[in-house]
Design a protein around this ligand. Sequence first.
Ligand code: HOZ
Length: 438
Amino acid sequence: MMPFVTTRSRALQQRAETLLPGGVDSPVRAFRAVGGHPPFVESAEGAYLRDADGNHYVDLFGSWGPMLLGHAFPPVVEAIREAAGRSPSFGASTASEYELAALVRQCFPSIEKLRFVSSGTEACMSAIRLARGFTNRPFVIKFEGCYHGHADALLVKAGSGVATFGIPGSAGVPAETAMHTLALPYNDLEAVQQAFDAHPELIACVILEPVVGNAGTIAPAPGYLAGLRALTQEHGALLIFDEVMTGFRLALGGAQERFKAELGTLPDLTTLGKIVGGGLPVGVFGGRADVMDCLAPLGPVYQAGTLSGNPLAMAAGIAMLQKLIEHREEIYPKLERTTAAIADGVARLAAEQGIGLTTNRVGSMFTWFFTPNPVTDFASASASDTARFARFHRGMMERGVWLPPSQYEAAFVSTAHGEDEVEKVLAAAKEALRDAVR
Ligand code: HOZ
């Protein structure tokens, strides 16, 4: 194995720490949960990242999701260049907003109307406010280990960095702000039924990641999504699918397309992010027209943003979605094949070495949990051996494979990954697994 040199990245991290808390702009990036030093990225192309020391990595986190077609995808880069030449921001309407909205609508039949914002956090925060405004009810049901961005009321028992650092929520969130958030175990319909019984006509909405990515990957149990749909309808609450990770990834129409046969009726509202911006900051919330028309300037629910519908972000999103729509027949089966080869290949290696590993995969997102037991909710995900995960992560980095630096984040595969990358990941994993259990 070549020596793993990270001298430049270390220096850049030390310098960053003098101005940026933890040296980062988003906590999980600091690698605190897995040890070692975060490499500083200089550039990326296709399935590969290159760091400041010249190390190359097969990228298995894809900018946390957006890079479905690989890095520096030429049509997206070209669209951004072209739009930048006409000025990066106007703070006024452009034709491109309708164009991207029409493409989103084409992929998601449940989205009759939508609004663009700048992040998944904003999308979920706005969707919740809208649901409360529409129903005139205060309570929100969310699920343990699901992460819907860092808005105050949604950090309760959240996934992603909140789970990574083992904190129950966040300092700075007054109890009154979170008192209307009911955090229930995922995949447990009985708990939802009980919450509706305990708070009759007070629950505005149920929000969930239909396939969880922020506690690691967890699939909905058969009947779970349909059960939530039935319960919300019965109790006059809105059902919100947070498809920030799963939208355009699990299928062109996200989890709601993938699980359509079982779901029957679609969610009332959906939030999107990541892929819809082609790598630029875009979030979307949308759904039933009667609900969306409660937004200002038509209705009483206020929401706004200077950079919402930003022309560069719209251009990138249009280029991305056009490609996905045009090539959907090749793209999704290829993603499925490559991801299965990677996820199942490592699962086989672990079994051969007698290592207890649970592999959860849905489409092109997956997680290797270091536990021999099934992972179906946050409690079972938390039973994973995070010290083993950290050693495995380190071993993979040293061998040129960049996994998300937390047991509680999903790995993502792109169309730029192929047989070469599968081979590289399996070769690295064979040795890294051995190190992980030493
Ligand atoms: N919470 C994000 C993914 N679940 C992490 C984003 C980042 O650190 O860039």
